[in-house]
Design a protein around this ligand. Structure first.
Ligand SMILES: *Cc1c(COP(=O)(O)O)cnc(C)c1O
Length: 354
């Protein structure tokens, strides 16, 4: 039975990417060796790394603009501390829009003082705060472009007077933005790019080297840049699969092309949530995410019927995060419009049954 994978992460990947990835495990590069058993310093893998780094900058439109792309380990959670360790000298400003943003604040506080410029914690993070000030005398401003758990997304970004750092784990490569407004972007691979195990970091080189503390080599962006993202053995498989996904996206026409699909998927699910009297959305309308739609049943008596129908339709991963409850339809790049149609049909069938 065909599955429709709405998992929030690790998430759906393009079929042809999975096909090529599985071939590489048995016979990489037609060499009768597995990608998993060759040296990461061999030419075939160095080519993968170089290609992946170049594709990331190309897709974001950041080639030749002073940025470097790295594929690091430790997940986006490691970036919560690496960002502070590399950039925080006195005080940094953070926008608190959800669990992940809050975790970023917590980790940065280990190093120094953090100012929360605004927070939507008072309303269980169901909206994006607006109209806050970013003080000029702080080291950097940190925000989270898409709040995976709560289903909110920043539609605009502030005109920051200080370097802007953004956690784009769950909407990287999903929509067109002027990415040069950011000085550092990071994203765990497993939401929109590949398997867990690597994190993309895109950093403008001239913001580095300004803190006085000693930074351990593994946590120092400059060390990783100097070694071409190969300071130690990189996670070859997640990087290879991420490269394949970026190549797939480029062949489709890049971010501009996938953005149109993502908008169609989001319009379809949100119009069903808004029009179907059995459901209600969680996030404030103007802030709701094109990647993760959060919603719930108004009458919990229908829970069992709905969930049985969902399962019978082959829908996977629809349960909401425990801090929100209800349901969450994650519609990352590789999820098709047809899968969203299947979910919307189930929702509307429930209305006709009830
Ligand atoms: C999933 C997620 C993280 C955590 O990623 P890990 O790679 O598991 O550390 C951080 N930020 C956002 C926005 C996420 O969606």
């Amino acid at each position: 039975m065909q599955k429709h994978n709405f998992s929030a992460g690790p998430c759906v990947l393009p079929k042809e990417v999975l096909q090529k990835a599985s071939e590489s495990v048995l016979n990489f590069n037609n060499d009768n060796l597995s990608l998993l058993e060759i040296s990461h310093r061999s030419k075939p893998f160095v080519d993968v790394m170089e290609n992946a780094r170049a594709l990331a900058l190309e897709l974001l439109g950041l080639e030749g603009k002073g940025y470097k792309a790295l594929f690091l380990q430790g997940g986006a959670s490691m970036q919560f501390l690496m960002v502070a360790q590399n950039l925080l000298e006195k005080r940094a400003a953070y926008l608190n829009t959800g669990t992940w943003a809050n975790n970023a604040v917590k980790e940065a506080r280990i190093f120094d003082d953090i100012l929360e410029v605004a927070s939507s914690k008072d309303a269980n993070y169901n909206y994006i705060p607006k109209g806050y000030d970013i003080p000029e005398d702080h080291d950097y401003f940190h925000c989270t472009s898409n709040n995976t758990i709560f289903g909110t997304q920043m539609k605009t970004f502030p005109n920051s007077p200080i370097p802007m750092v953004c956690d784009m784990s769950s909407d990287i490569f999903s929509r067109s933005l002027d990415f040069s407004q950011f000085d550092l972007i990071y994203a765990g691979a497993q939401k929109n790019m590949g398997p867990a195990g690597t994190t993309l970091v895109v950093v403008k080189e001239d913001i580095l080297g300004k803190v006085s503390r000693k930074i351990p080599s593994m946590l120092d962006y400059k060390v990783h840049i100097g070694k071409g993202s190969m300071f130690n053995t990189p996670p070859v498989f997640p990087i290879y699969v991420s490269m394949l996904t970026m190549q797939w996206l480029k062949d489709l026409g890049g971010i501009a092309a996938i953005e149109k699909e993502n908008e169609k998927k989001a319009r379809l699910i949100y119009s069903e949530i808004d029009l179907n009297p059995l459901f209600k959305g969680f996030a404030a309308k103007e802030d709701r995410s094109d990647m993760n739609a959060t919603f719930s049943l108004i009458n919990d008596d229908l829970k069992e019927t709905f969930e049985t129908m969902v399962q019978e339709a082959g829908i996977n991963g629809l349960n909401g995060h425990r801090s929100v409850g209800g349901y969450r339809a994650s519609m990352y790049n590789a999820l098709t419009l047809d899968s969203v149609k299947v979910l919307v049909e189930v929702m509307s069938e429930l209305e006709h049954k009830a």
